[in-house]
Every structure is written in structure tokens, then in C-alpha cells.
Design a protein around this ligand. Structure first.
Ligand SMILES: *Cc1c(COP(=O)(O)O)cnc(C)c1O
Length: 718
């Protein structure tokens, strides 16, 4: 690099923007988002905020012209300089905290990554969490490389048809609009790796996305060396049968370790984000044996000492189990290369190694081949120890060596820029990187009126977004003019607005609030104190119960009694999530306890001053302190689901009617709800730092990565 390149003096605005477009860092800098939006607001929206696609619409000369017209030259120069500074800097946090990780990075494996809406390789919470993890590692300077798969069709896009059904569409992503960096092998060809199955090799091209300072390597099986069938292997996320699934996991885990090796990256720690990636350990063991001649057991012990395993679900169906046949059919070369026969291999994925009928469980493999395993909230830690107690039969439940690190969210990604401006103005020493409770207690310095105005503006933005979105949906379904006109008036920015958005898995009980329709009607349609609901979320294509719940919500929306008070937004993704968590007054979550491992959407709401109103499950069980939001129930559950639903549903409406609504509508002199604003401040001051991804990553570094990299020995399960 020449000096002029570093300074960027000789680069045009176009060249600077193209360079910035090839690093997703811009996606969490509000100033850059705003700048790119200004270039062409309508196209920006239509292109799903895809920066490369936007740039592709201009010749360099036209682009330069547009930047001049808008007087954006200085903004581009400042943004570019910040970008170069960010990339060149080694953060203080890293200099103080990462120690031995410096020379041997963490290799972080995940089957999905939710970085930005323009890179659709995520489905929901797990992916968003991985994306936030990667971004925080970049900000904090934690040496980590991430590994996953590139799905050109991604996860399905959801449409709602005229009969209230979810319709699933897969959209082909144009790879030329994904900001990939080329990855070459030592001969200068595109880097490809392969994994061997009984039916022959499967090849995958290694692609790379730069996420700030963190590199994300994505394997893509759509290459000409593969059969047509295998080319489709990595086309959809969670779209195939168990054959597709086991092969995807093989490509990601084994192929991922091979890719790192080909790149000359020698990880000091392996972090498996969910059991999907447990095969990575096997390839690491194979390589170690090849290099040292160790026995399988000794090599496995050594790799396990470097491996961290995170489990994310207390729902049994959330764990991968593979039939013995499937394992034999596809993995024979893998276990043969490890010096194992089928029986010995199956034992690695079984609770009881001797039981020939047990399937092969990826979570068990991950637990057996890691030194540190964790759940993702305090309560989930307890549930996970109970769930997997059988792996440590001679320990008492509370001694089962599974800990917890509670999930958190990446603050600059989820906090509305308008809120960040307020914090910068009123809170001494605030930065989006801060995880210091003393700094965050400065939230109380914010002028209550300013906080309320800012929140209100964001809420209006959400209402506009919802009207536009519903209008689009109705036009597609050939709605009448009258219906379209009505859609332009739905929702009232002055009404108490409650958001509920998540996967429509049945345990999340989206129907709970509308269960007692008569009471719901009374609360929602109170003329003086109206309440409105915005729902969003996808049901897995195979989940008919989940789809039925979506239909139920849509039927409530279509009921004229509720049509401007209940809205379902289709195609829940990062963009929809951002609008929702930044605009609502209240974030509702009512899972069947204790099935929500953590949940993170409510943490995003906290950053924007929305109040959580939730069952004491997941993160909320350890977050709620009586004055930083609202609780549904007391944490008590019932084995009979009907009784449990009835009880929780009643408690939900009681608290809504008697506490939430009156507090919201208790207005002082200038129409300002002082008590409510106090709760907003309590929520931000007590929760923002605790449930941030920076705090989460710092916990992983301290409790998981450093001990693993230091090779301190721990006791493993059998
Ligand atoms: C944050 C987020 C999730 C996860 O939210 P939960 O609270 O875990 O349900 C899922 N999908 C999207 C698009 C998100 O942004």
C-alpha cells in the first residue's frame, strides 16, 4: 500500500465508497447508512439496503456527479478516514484483555450469520447472535475468524396471501451483489476445499466477507466439480431433509477446518455455536493425529481442551439427531480416517455409548469434545444441566460442568441513531462500546421531554413503515381501493404500541394475548386509552402449527373490530426487526417457560427505550428487577400446557390492563408520562450494558477462550 492510498487523497468518492462497500463495517455506522440512503432513497429501499447493488446502478462519473449534487464529498471523506482508522487501530480493550489469543485466533463456527439484511444467510435468533458476536469481536479487537456456509437462496421470504396463509418464496441472491473478497489458493486459483463421503468428494469454494476487522469465511458447494445434486447442498438454509443437513454440517465443520488450514490460519480455540458444527472437532483431531501420531483418544483430549461449545435450545427438536444408516452412508470415510469403526464413532454421539438404538446426536458430540460448554442465560444453564445430566451420571445435577454466558446484542447495530445522539449529548463518557454501569447510569441525565420526543419520532417512523408494508401486501393480493385507503390509516402513533416479533414456534405462544377475545377487545378498543399490536414472524415451512398461529393472528387483524389496532408485518428480517425494536413502546414476550433459552429481541428494545413485558424466562428471568419493565407471572409453571396457557394469558391481560396501560396514560403537564419515562431510564441504565454483545464477548474471552487457549486442563465427560 502506498501512502497516498492510506490517506485516500488520490481516490475519488466512488473509489472510496466501493472500498467501503467491501467491508460490512458500514452497516453498523449510522452516519454511513444515512449517507448511502441520501444518494437514492427509493432505490436504497428497493435494493434491500445493498450497497454494492446501489453502486452498480451508477457509472463512476455519474456517481461522482450525484455526490457533488448532494454536497456529500466531505461526508464521504470523513467516513472513509474513520473506516481506515478503524481498520488500522488495535483497540485498547484487546491490548488489555486478549493475551495469548493474539497469535492463535478463535475459530467460530456457525451455520448461520445475521450481519445485515442484504446478506440473507440467517433465519433468526441464532444467526443474529452469531452476527452480533462477530461484530463485537471486531469492535473489541478479539482475534477471531468466523466460518459458515453461503446459501445463495438463503432462508425463505415470507408472503401472506389473500387467504391468510404464509407463502414461502426462495429468492436467488445475485452473488455479484454480495461484498465477497476473493480467496485464492497458493497457485492463485479460487480456493476450494473438499470433504470425502462414501459417495465421493464434495467440493466447496471458500468465499470471504469482511466484517470490520473480522473475517467470515463461507463455504459454497455450488461449484462445477460437484454433481447437480451436490451443487444444491448449500443453496437453502434449513430447507432440506436430514441427508442435506448432515452433508451441510460436514461441509461447514470439516470443510471449514480444511479451509482455515489452506489459508494458513492455525486456531488456538474452536468455538462451536450450536451442535451443528461439532464435526469441526473431528477434522481437527484428524489433522493433529496426522501431525503427531497420537492415538485417537489422546488427540481427542487435546482438541477438546481447545474447544468451547455453546448450546442454544432446551427444545428437544432443536437438537440434531442422525440415524445410524445416514451416518454410515455419508460419514464412513470420515470415521475411517480417524481410525474408528461405526460402533466407536456412533458412541461419540450417544448418551449411552452401548445403546445400539440411540441415534447420533450432534449436541452430545459437541459436549464430549469440548472443555467448556455453556447455555445462553442463567436459567438456561440450569435447564441444560438437567437436560444433559445423563452424560455425567456420577455427578449431581448442579455439578454437571455446563455453565452459562447470557446472550447480548451489538449496540451500534440495534440502537437507533437518534437515541445515540441523545446519549452523546447527555451522558458523560458514553460510547456505544461502553459496558460500564457507571457510564450508563448517566442515562438519568437525559431530559425526559427530549427522550419522549425522540421516542415518539421513532414510533411514527414505525407506523409509516407498517402502513407502507401492509399497503404493498394488499396491492399484491389485489385489494380494493377502499382497503388500500384503509391501510393508509392503520395504527395511531399516540396509542400504546406493543410489538411481538419472533419465530412462530408454538412454545412462543403468539396467540396468548388474543386468547380471550372479549377481554382483548375491551383493552385494545378503550377509547381513552387505546392499545395496538404489531406482530411479525415466520413459521418454519414444515411447522403447520406455527402457520396456524399466524393465520389466527391474521384473522384477528381482518376482523373489522381490530383492523387498525392489530397488524401483522410479513417477512420478518433484520430490517423489520430494526423498525420494530426502535419504534414500539412495549416489547412483549410470552414463551412457555423455560423453553426460551435467552431471547435477544427484547435486549434490542431496551437500547431504544422500549419496555419489556415478558414471562420470567430466558434473559428476562435474570434481568427484571421490579422497576425496569414488566413481568408476566412469577416464574411459576404448570405441567399441563392448557392450565399454563390459561394462567399466563390471564396474568398477561391483568398486568396489561392494571399496570402497563394506566402507567402509560398517566400524563403530566405537557402530556409527558413521567412515571413511564422513569421506567424507560431504569431499563436503559440497568440493562443496556449487561445485555450487550460486548459484555457477552468479554465473558467468552475471560471464561472460555483464554482458558482454552492457555491449555489449562479440565475434566472431560467420558
Ligand atoms: C433479534 C432477532 C431474532 C431473535 O429474537 P428472539 O428474541 O430470540 O426471538 C430473530 N429474528 C430477527 C430478524 C431478529 O432481529
Amino acid at each position: 500500500m502506498t501512502d497516498s492510498k492510506v490517506d485516500g487523497v488520490n481516490l475519488t468518492a466512488y473509489q472510496k465508497c466501493v472500498e467501503m462497500a467491501h467491508n460490512l463495517w458500514w452497516s453498523w455506522r449510522p452516519m454511513l447508512n444515512e449517507m448511502f440512503r441520501l444518494i437514492n432513497p427509493a432505490r436504497w429501499r428497493a435494493l434491500d439496503h445493498n450497497l454494492i447493488a446501489l453502486l452498480n446502478e451508477y457509472t463512476p462519473e455519474e456517481f461522482e456527479q450525484r455526490i457533488m449534487e448532494l454536497s456529500l464529498q466531505t461526508s464521504v471523506n470523513i467516513a472513509y478516514r474513520r473506516f481506515k482508522e478503524y481498520m488500522a487501530e488495535r483497540p485498547l480493550w484487546a491490548r488489555q484483555h486478549v493475551g495469548v489469543l493474539g497469535s492463535r485466533p478463535v475459530a467460530y463456527f456457525s451455520l448461520e450469520f445475521g450481519i445485515h439484511e442484504s446478506v440473507p444467510i440467517y433465519s433468526g435468533g441464532l444467526g443474529i447472535l452469531a452476527g452480533d458476536h462477530v461484530k463485537s469481536c471486531s469492535d473489541l479487537g478479539v482475534p477471531l475468524v468466523a466460518v459458515g456456509l453461503f446459501y445463495d437462496k438463503g432462508y425463505f421470504r415470507q408472503q401472506i396471501d389473500a387467504n391468510n396463509n404464509q407463502v414461502e418464496r426462495y429468492v436467488d441472491t445475485d452473488v455479484n451483489t454480495v461484498p465477497f473478497e476473493p480467496v485464492y489458493d497458493k497457485d492463485g486459483n479460487k480456493l476450494k476445499v473438499h470433504v470425502t463421503t462414501k459417495a465421493g468428494p464434495i467440493y466447496a469454494q471458500v468465499r470471504k466477507l469482511q466484517v470490520g476487522r473480522t473475517s467470515l469465511y463461507l463455504l459454497d458447494a455450488d461449484v462445477e466439480e460437484n454433481s447437480d445434486e451436490n451443487r444444491e447442498l448449500t443453496s437453502k438454509l434449513y430447507g432440506g431433509d436430514s441427508r442435506t443437513r448432515i452433508l451441510q454440517e460436514l461441509v461447514c465443520g470439516v470443510g471449514g477446518v480444511r479451509a482455515l488450514r489452506a489459508l494458513g490460519i492455525r486456531p488456538g480455540v474452536f468455538h462451536l455455536n450450536e451442535g451443528h458444527n461439532s464435526f469441526a472437532t473431528l477434522e481437527a483431531i484428524r489433522i493433529l493425529r496426522e501431525e503427531t501420531g497420537l492415538s485417537f483418544d489422546d488427540a481427542a483430549r487435546e482438541i477438546a481442551q481447545k474447544t468451547v461449545f455453546t448450546t442454544h435450545t432446551p427444545v428437544a427438536a432443536g437438537h440434531d439427531y442422525f440415524e445410524r444408516n445416514l451416518v454410515e452412508q455419508h460419514l464412513e470415510p470420515l470415521y475411517t480416517a480417524l481410525g474408528l469403526n461405526l460402533k466407536e464413532f456412533m458412541a461419540l454421539g450417544r448418551r449411552n455409548p452401548e445403546d445400539p438404538n440411540e441415534k447420533f446426536c450432534m449436541t452430545i458430540l459437541g459436549m464430549k469434545l469440548s472443555r467448556y460448554a455453556n447455555g445462553v442465560s442463567s436459567l438456561h444453564g440450569v435447564v441444560t444441566r438437567r437436560m444433559w445430566h445423563g452424560l455425567w451420571p456420577d455427578k449431581r445435577e448442579e455439578e454437571v460442568p455446563i455453565g452459562h454466558i447470557t446472550n447480548g446484542v451489538h449496540v451500534p447495530t440495534w440502537m437507533a441513531p437518534q437515541i445515540a445522539v441523545l446519549l452523546e449529548r447527555y451522558v458523560p463518557n458514553w460510547t456505544s462500546d461502553s459496558i460500564d454501569p457507571k457510564v450508563w447510569s448517566g442515562v438519568y441525565n437525559i431530559d425526559p421531554g427530549d427522550l419522549w420526543e425522540t421516542h415518539f419520532a421513532l414510533k411514527k417512523r414505525l407506523v409509516d413503515f407498517a402502513r407502507r408494508q401492509v399497503g404493498r401486501q394488499l396491492r399484491r393480493n389485489n385489494a380494493t381501493e377502499a382497503e388500500l385507503e384503509q391501510a393508509g390509516r392503520i395504527l395511531d402513533p399516540n396509542a400504546l404500541t406493543i410489538g411481538f416479533a419472533r419465530r412462530f414456534a408454538t412454545y412462543k405462544r403468539a396467540y396468548l394475548v388474543v386468547q380471550d377475545e372479549e377481554r382483548f377487545d375491551k383493552i385494545v378498543n378503550n377509547a381513552d386509552r387505546p392499545v395496538q399490536f404489531i406482530f411479525a414472524g415466520k413459521a418454519h415451512p414444515a411447522d403447520n402449527l406455527g402457520k396456524a398461529v399466524i393465520k389466527k393472528i391474521l384473522e384477528v387483524q381482518r376482523n373489522p373490530k381490530f383492523s387498525s389496532r392489530v397488524v401483522f408485518l410479513e417477512d420478518y428480517d433484520i430490517n423489520v426487526a430494526r423498525h420494530l425494536v426502535q419504534g414500539v413502546d412495549v416489547w412483549l414476550n410470552n414463551p412457555r417457560r423455560p423453553l426460551e433459552a435467552s431471547g435477544t429481541s427484547g435486549q434490542k428494545a431496551v437500547l431504544n427505550g422500549a419496555l419489556n413485558f415478558s414471562i420470567l424466562d430466558g434473559w428476562w428471568a435474570e434481568a427484571y428487577d421490579g422497576s425496569n419493565g414488566f413481568a408476566i407471572g412469577t416464574g411459576l409453571t404448570h405441567v399441563d400446557e392448557r392450565i399454563c396457557d390459561e394462567r399466563d394469558g390471564k396474568d398477561l391481560l391483568d398486568t396489561l390492563e392494571n399496570v402497563v396501560v394506566p402507567t402509560y396514560y398517566d400524563r403530566g403537564s405537557h402530556g409527558i408520562p413521567s412515571k413511564w419515562i422513569r421506567l424507560m431510564m431504569n431499563s436503559m441504565a440497568t440493562l443496556s450494558w449487561r445485555f450487550s454483545a460486548h459484555r457477552m464477548v468479554s465473558d467468552y474471552v475471560q471464561h472460555a477462550y483464554l482458558p482454552a487457549a492457555g491449555g489449562l486442563s479440565v475434566k472431560m465427560p467420558r
